[in-house]
Design a protein around this ligand. Sequence first.
Ligand SMILES: [Mg+2]
Length: 224
Amino acid sequence: MPDNNKKTIIFSDFDGSFSEKDIGHRIFRYFSNGEILPLVEQWKRGEISSRECLRREAAMIHPTYDEIYEFLLDFRLADGAVEFYRTIKSLGIPFYIVSDGTDIYIDYILRKYDLGEIKYFCNIGKIENRTLSLDFIYDNDGCQRCGCCKGARINDLVGSSRSEWEIIFIGDGLSDICAVPHADIIYARGDLLEYCREHAINAKEYNDFNDILTDLKKSGHITG
Ligand SMILES: [Mg+2]
């Protein structure tokens, strides 16, 4: 049951969560002909930070914007994501995307679905002469792991009024783990679900946003 003294706020990861697939990873994999894969393994083992991983990945690809946009034609948001967003918006529930990905594709995909109004926090990419540079514009409260730390973003937004909020977080991967201690309710799949199970953290398993909408209706967080 929701805590009626608190307001609900929802944060979602983008890649593999709000979007059906991990688009950022697939861009790097495709445009590097798979050469980035050992780097990703190093990142998963915690040997390099995501900033280092992303910088090195960026140096391995040489696309134009148009080539990326063409590649993006194959990608879509997760099932139920649009209806989920429209529903919580109609109820006045704040919703933010927090991502360790890049604005180039997040912005493009959201606009494709006419969801350009959704506020998102991520790293900033720029392509000039087939060179992709990444700007890590957010301060991460000392976190050495992330490019754009999701825990720090949640803290920035609601930290000063934490007790007023019931925080819901939705994610699917290891770049989500800094958000976990900040969330009251976690919807998880993939590596994030595995991480939560390994660490005995309460998380609700989901496949797509239809599941989350159904569950939030059942729990009374969403009415109607
Ligand atoms: Mg993800």
